[in-house]
Ligand binder design. Structure first.
Ligand code: BGC
Length: 701
């Protein structure tokens, strides 16, 4: 194994007890160091949208001080909707600096699992249904984080595509599909992104738990991909001492505080002492950990300091949020709203007035502030217009109240959800909402109030969608329906205000079929960070021209998604990915299932014309002319899809390149785009979405 002189001499000095202490959790988020040799503990933290709050070392109790508020970054799905590699790098850099600023060595992010079903509770933490888009954005994100002397921990390796029975479910998927769809971004993350660490998933693959799967960790990760970084288990993902010792897992973490009883603690030590496991197996793990510490300058040398909650970080969060907003529909040019013609404004919908950052599972955050849509709109519209708010619907009788971490004392939180997250198979499918009579009555009352107010107002903006009771670790949704009777509410509001702007805020797809025809203007936004409300207001008022594109297919209903139509998505022992490679738009294309909005869809306040496609197969690039043909400046993401000569099992097309360009009104640019795996036979399709192909050239096949 490769190691420096320093690591070599440290290894010689370390006792078995010290080595064992380094390879498992000695606190909920840290390993133990070896003070006498100057080896510090390895300190980790969640998560993908910002650095998680500080817990007591041995208990899931927030420390409760005022020094761990952070910048809340737009979730990974939002970042994917920007289709902007530079923003991904910037976002990663902010996360890295904040993690370092909070004294962390490893940030447990990004989540790069493929969104196989719209119902997966953790979709908001992931980028896309498409492996190429995920790869292209996670690589610069990782490089951004690691530029701050903090390691990323890409997760969850691998095939962790549902929360239902996530600790026990055994995934079966054809090997070539596994690599093509589910492992592609992980390979890029470690090879191109050079992610210093990777997290094993909870689930099983081919009968073995991923955290000690010899196929995944030894054959694929170490041998085929040549990975020499550190493999960390998901929290409580290790189940077998011998397997854990003999595979390439390096660190065991868990949710309990009986650290000495962890599988890679005393039980492993005993097996080394009685000769069942060679000490050299432990040494390999220790060397990889020491190598990581060297890369992060933890064993000497100059290490970057980091910083958190800076104005620059908030500005970066705003830039990402701006480009993540997707304009789904805009008939009669309802949008942008003219600030001088707003009249009396009504904002309807609980999501307009709710902070989301504190929820979602391990992605929860303690943020300094979160700009809600209502706050963003009011602060942009200013005092000359009357802006009134009414919830229109409610989650429960108390509404969804943002947690104010300032008021939480550690005694208030007896047992964090995470401590019990390993009970009963660790994950469930949500039951359909049970509504009692009082709640049903309250919703009717809120709806009537909203409709009455809408009649009196000149401009109506609806902000609904999901929240982290739905987009949440540990459970999957039962279907894509909007909760809390929102479909009825939206229809009744549209009946009195046909030009109402409908804003959907969620981390994964929702059904819109009941009112989409009726609605003229529909905007999609996400858990969009500290500045999300401001970004949304800027888009609605036309200060920012929307340029987001959906990173997923917007199905009409969940059974239009292959995992449900022809595959399996369920609890129990085994889930077979019968749909094979036909995931996301790959299925809709092949089986002719029309989506509500195609993958890559997103409109602008301007329009773009495409022309003059040139393909250079030797260099693997294409070029075309793109012109902003409208009256305002804007950005377009030019998407390149590749298709191969058709056979029964081949894809109709797959994303193989994209570039986002900013064009002034009237400006034309020649755009050159690298295309992955282009051959002489590849047909090339260029367009504004998977459903809006503008140019094409056939291959020789
Ligand atoms: C999650 C991981 C997370 C870990 C630590 C687990 O429940 O699956 O994504 O990083 O907890 O909080």
């Amino acid at each position: 194994m490769k190691m420096s002189k320093k690591v070599e001499s440290l290894l010689k000095e370390l006792t078995l007890d010290e080595k064992i202490a380094m390879i498992h959790g000695g606190a909920l988020f840290a390993t133990s160091g070896v003070e006498r040799l100057g080896i510090p503990p390895l300190v980790t933290s969640d998560g993908p949208m910002g650095v998680r709050l500080e817990f007591e070392p041995n208990e899931w109790k927030p420390v409760g001080h005022s020094d761990d508020f952070i910048t809340y970054l737009p979730c990974n799905s939002a970042l994917a909707a920007t289709w902007n590699r530079e923003l991904a790098r910037e976002s990663g850099k902010v996360l890295g600096e904040e993690a370092r600023g909070r004294g962390k060595d490893v940030i447990l992010a990004p989540g790069i699992n493929i969104k196989r079903s719209p119902l997966c509770g953790r979709n908001f933490e992931y980028f896309s249904e498409d492996p190429y888009l995920t790869q292209e954005l996670c690589v610069p994100f990782i490089q951004g984080v690691q530029s701050a002397d903090v390691a990323t921990c890409v997760k969850h390796f691998a095939a962790n595509n549902q929360e239902t029975d996530r600790l026990t479910v055994d995934v079966d998927v054809e090997k070539d599909v596994l690599h093509e769809i589910y492992l592609k971004a992980f390979k890029a993350a470690v090879q191109e992104g050079d992610s210093y660490t990777i997290m094993g998933a909870y689930n099983k693959l081919y009968g073995r738990h991923c955290c000690h799967s010899d196929y995944l960790l030894d054959d694929v990760l170490r041998k085929d991909w040549g990975y020499d970084g550190v493999v960390i288990s998901d929290w409580g993902g290790v189940h077998d001492t011998i397997e854990a010792a003999n595979t390439s897992l390096d660190i065991e973490m868990s949710v309990f505080s009986n650290f000495d009883e962890y599988i890679m603690a005393n039980p492993l030590k005993e097996k080394v002492q009685n000769g069942e496991v060679p000490e050299s197996a432990i040494d390999e793990k220790v060397v990889r950990i020491l190598n990581l510490m060297e890369k992060l300058h933890m064993l000497g040398g100059e290490r970057k300091r980091g910083c958190y909650n800076t104005p620059a970080h908030r500005e970066a969060a705003l830039n990402v949020a701006r480009e993540s907003v997707v304009l789904l529909k805009n008939e009669n040019q309802v949008l942008p709203l003219d600030i001088n013609k707003l009249g009396k404004v009504l904002v309807v919908g609980e999501n307009a007035d709710v902070c989301h950052a504190f929820g979602g599972g391990s992605a929860e955050l303690k943020v300094l502030y979160e700009t809600t849509p209502l706050l963003g709109l009011k602060s942009h519209i200013g005092g000359n217009n009357q802006v009134i708010y009414t919830p229109g619907y409610c989650r429960d009788l108390d509404g969804v109240n943002p947690v104010d971490w300032r008021n939480i004392e550690s005694e208030d939180v007896d047992k964090n959800w995470q401590e019990s997250s390993l009970e009963g198979g660790g994950g469930s499918t949500m039951k359909e909402e049970q509504v009692d009579a009082m709640l049903a009555q309250r919703r009717v009352q809120l709806r009537e109030e909203a409709v009455a107010l809408a009649k009196e107002c000149d401009t109506v903006i609806y902000v609904g969608g999901l929240n982290h009771f739905y987009d949440c670790e540990g459970s999957d949704r039962a279907n894509m329906k909007l909760p809390y009777d929102q479909d009825v509410l939206i229809q009744e509001l549209l009946a009195v205000k046909p030009d109402m702007v409908v804003v959907m805020m969620a981390g994964s797809q929702v059904e819109m079929t009941e009112w989409i025809e009726q609605a003229q203007a529909v905007v999609w936004t996400w858990y969009a960070g500290t500045e999300g409300g401001n970004a949304l207001a800027e888009v609605l008022l036309g200060d920012v021209n929307p340029s987001g594109k959906m990173p997923d297919t917007m199905y009409k209903t969940h059974t239009d998604c292959s995992a449900h139509a022809i595959g399996e998505f369920k609890g129990g022992e085994k889930v077979t990915y019968k749909e094979g490679r036909f995931v996301g738009y790959r299925y809709n294309d092949k089986f002719d299932v029309a989506p509500l909005f195609p993958f890559g869809h997103g409109l602008s306040y301007t329009s773009f014309a495409y022309d003059d496609l040139q393909v250079n197969r030797e260099q693997g690039v294409i070029s075309c002319l793109v012109k902003n043909t409208g009256a305002v400046d804007g950005a377009e993401t030019i998407q390149v899809y590749r298709s191969e000569p058709q056979t029964k099992d081949s894809l109709v097309k797959e994303l193989a390149g994209f570039e986002k360009v900013f064009l002034k009104a009237g400006e034309e640019q020649k755009v050159t785009i690298a295309v992955e795996n282009m051959t002489e036979d590849s047909n090339i399709l260029v367009g504004a979405s998977a459903g809006d192909i503008r140019l094409g050239i056939k291959g020789n096949g």
